[in-house]
Design a protein around this ligand. Structure first.
Ligand SMILES: C[S@@+](CC[C@H](N)C(=O)[O-])C[C@H]1O[C@@H](n2cnc3c(N)ncnc32)[C@H](O)[C@@H]1O
Length: 218
């Protein structure tokens, strides 16, 4: 039987990140060059902080080990980080003081409406099975306050879900939409797309990487 017929992809992602959390952290925090993932996200967080009130509420979906992105957010916002990998969350709690963390599946989160000024999903919605994206986008739109911002990376490849036998040392599941469809999901959820772009960085987690980015407002 094919893997996708017998294993919930979320179990693969959760246990995959439990296994590779330390390796992932070494790669993401080691990327310091001008063309690395860290520089890319630093610029995006600067854009968020320039548009939002200091001390606002931020929700970081799939926060991983919290370094450097949740930590960057926590310099400006009151951050709630969410991740369903125990090891990632254990690292995040060690790495980011002052943030609140929820050990939860982002697709099952229940949060009050109008409670966040910004919701981010850095390289995490690319692991959520596609049939969960529509409801997740509706939830994100409801959690945002009017004027709030949503920033996330999606796959640039055509619509596809696929498994990799060994990614950084564990099996992994990926879930991509066509960029146009990701944009449509945000718009259907009532968000206004402020900027949508494809960007390649030379020093991603696993070599050169291209993602579709979406910055939308409520
Ligand atoms: C590629 S890592 C990104 C971590 C961090 N945002 C960063 O950019 O360094 C993806 C993270 O999303 C988490 N994740 C994936 N699907 C999730 C889900 N449904 N609920 C909660 N966390 C999830 C994984 O456990 C992992 O820590």
């Amino acid at each position: 039987m094919a893997r996708e017929q017998c294993i919930d992809p979320r179990d693969t992602v959760r246990s995959g990140y439990d296994t590779i959390a330390d390796e992932y952290l070494a790669r993401v925090s080691g990327s310091r060059s001008g063309d690395g993932v860290r520089t890319q996200v630093e610029a995006l967080v600067a854009e968020l902080t320039s548009r939002l009130p200091e001390g606002g509420d931020a929700l970081d979906l799939g926060c991983g080990a919290g370094v450097p992105f949740t930590q960057l957010l926590s310099r400006h916002f009151r951050v709630t980080g969410v991740d369903f990998s125990s090891r990632q969350l254990e690292l995040a709690r060690q790495n980011v003081s002052g943030a609140k963390f929820l050990h939860a599946d982002m697709t099952k989160l229940e949060l009050p409406s109008d409670s966040f000024d910004v919701v981010t999903a850095f390289f995490s919605m690319i692991h959520v099975p596609r049939d969960g994206h529509e409801q997740l986008m509706l939830n994100i739109a409801s959690w945002l306050r009017p004027g709030g911002l949503f920033l996330a990376s999606f796959g640039k490849r055509g619509a596809a879900e696929y498994w990799e036998e060994d990614w950084l040392g564990a099996p992994m599941f990926w879930s991509y939409h066509d960029p146009g469809h990701a944009q449509e999901l945000a718009e259907n959820a009532g968000l206004k797309v402020d900027r949508a772009w494809v960007e390649t960085i030379e020093e991603g987690i696993d070599g050169p990487e291209t993602f579709f980015w979406l910055l939308a407002s409520k």
